[in-house]
Write a protein that binds this ligand. Structure first.
Ligand SMILES: NC(=O)c1ccc[n+]([C@@H]2O[C@H](COP(=O)([O-])OP(=O)(O)OC[C@H]3O[C@@H](n4cnc5c(N)ncnc54)[C@H](O)[C@@H]3O)[C@@H](O)[C@H]2O)c1
Length: 438
């Protein structure tokens, strides 16, 4: 089995490293965060809500298969294979253009430690061409070695989702594409030995890079389509949930669920790698507008119910972009809070996964609600943004005022809401009952 270095011990890199170690490889994780490194070396898991990960870290650290370090060149020097999962951050104030600082510093660290024959695999999502033209050349410049000749260079996207990473890693095929055939062949041989997943070798690094972006554009466009049809269904008095159930009984129809918008690192972000660098992108751009516009649609729905939101207290349930994951990055909660604030509402936020300080930081102006629901004001409405398991024990009667629940994820039991005497409103649920008007 190969000696592996995984650079970036975050939500993706750490489970990847632990799984390699659990499958029998010797793994060293490199990270600039000394606290994360210390936690791993103590056999503890610095990440919440990742089933199976804590046990895997404890076991593989104890057996000596996994360790961590802040010294990237040392870790690279000790390894035959280097896997990179350092984030490529993007700047929404600059058209979501990437800011390469973290990745470039990781490339520099690789360049200083790399030996001839090392296989370098970039798993961080990248714009098409970056493996070959932007990041590989940094390693070449620092090391004096040639990509594809002296060392092997591959892109292989990480396609998994937070809080199901280990399951996804074992189930999803691994897509690999190198800067040349030798690199691709080396990566196929590596993943075949190190993991038990199927492997899809594609023509080159650029194909593999675009495959990940295409997955995100596909999801974004299809969610936008569902959102547009849901709004359209509601406008003619039709419940879109029934439409999905009926239409998807045809095997070629895969209509997605509508909702308050999309969030997280991937779906709202990586389409911009295509929009900013490739053509044509008409649909991809429109999907971004539609999905980010769902926050204003929700505000308009409430305005339609309440007349005005000016000076009204509105409770948002869930800051995370997705249920049961502590991830605020590009969460649609942020757009929702801003939209409600523009309408004059005082927004309250309840999310037991976040501290009051974190809520204040990620959604400025929103007031954090105590998870024990003490000291609540009267709410004009509650909006379900991310339906965490913790919310299932919530009694709607515990929310003072609150005549309306807007279910932004079609996740809540409508009968329970109505049994508590509240009005249930949802994305794609009829504004009026079409049968009553026929
Ligand atoms: N989070 C997801 O749901 C998800 C899903 C699929 C793919 N991905 C891909 O994984 C990448 C990483 O995401 P994540 O969620 O693990 O990020 P994260 O923020 O959880 O972790 C990143 C880690 O990298 C470390 N780091 C930063 N710069 C470094 C450097 N120069 N050298 C060493 N370590 C460094 C940080 O300290 C941090 O521990 C993303 O950019 C994306 O391309 C993420």
């Amino acid at each position: 089995m190969a000696n592996i270095c995984v650079i970036g011990m975050g939500k993706m890199g750490l489970p990847v490293a632990a799984l390699f170690a659990a499958c029998g490889s010797t793994v060293v994780g490199a990270d600039i965060n000394a606290e994360v490194v210390a936690a791993i070396n103590a056999g503890t898991c610095p990440i919440d809500n990742e089933p199976g990960l804590a046990e895997m870290i404890s076991e593989t650290v104890t057996t000596g298969r996994l360790r961590a370090t802040t010294d990237t060149p040392e870790a690279v020097r000790a390894s035959d294979v280097v896997v990179v999962l350092v984030p490529l951050l993007v700047d929404p104030r600059n058209q979501y253009e990437p800011t390469y600082r973290a990745l470039e510093s990781a490339m520099d660290g690789i360049g200083r430690g790399i030996r001839p024959g090392t296989l370098v695999i970039l798993e961080t999502t990248l714009p098409v061409g970056d493996t070959r033209n932007r990041l590989g050349p940094i390693i070449e410049q620092v090391s004096g070695l040639r990509a594809g000749e002296d060392f092997l260079l591959v892109f292989s996207p990480e396609r998994v989702q937070s809080n199901q990473v280990i399951r996804n890693l074992l189930e999803y095929p691994k897509v690999v594409g190198g800067v040349n055939q030798r690199s691709t062949d080396a990566a196929v041989a590596f993943y075949q030995e190190a993991l038990t997943t199927n492997i899809i070798a594609v023509a080159n690094a650029e194909t593999a890079e675009f495959a990940k972006i295409a997955e995100c554009v596909y999801r974004d466009v299809n969610i936008a389509l569902a959102n547009e049809m849901a709004i359209s269904a509601a406008s003619v008095g039709v419940d879109f949930n029934d439409v999905i159930m009926a239409a998807n009984s045809e095997p070629l129809s895969h209509i997605h669920k509508p909702g308050l918008g999309v969030g997280g690192h991937c779906i709202p972000v990586y389409p911009y790698f295509m929009i900013n660098r490739q053509e044509p992108t008409v649909l991809a751009q429109q999907a971004r507008k539609i999905n980010d516009g769902m926050a204003d649609y929700a505000t308009d729905l409430l305005r339609g119910e309440l007349g005005s939101l000016d000076g009204q207290n509105v409770l948002v349930l869930g800051l995370s972009y997705r249920a049961n994951v502590k991830e605020p990055t590009f969460s649609s909660a942020i757009l929702l809070v801003q939209s409600l604030q523009r309408a004059g509402a005082q927004v309250y936020l309840l999310d037991p996964l976040f501290t009051a300080e974190e809520i204040a930081r990620y959604t400025p102006g929103a007031l954090a609600v105590n998870p024990d629901l003490s000291g609540l004001p009267k709410f004009a409405a509650a909006i379900v943004q991310a339906w965490h398991n913790d919310f299932r024990s919530l009694s709607w009667r515990d929310l003072p005022g609150t005549p309306i629940v807007l279910d932004g994820r079609n996740a809540v039991n409508r009968a329970e809401v109505e049994a508590a005497g509240l009005r249930y409103v949802a994305i794609g649920v009829a504004e009026r009952n079409v049968a009553a008007s026929v």
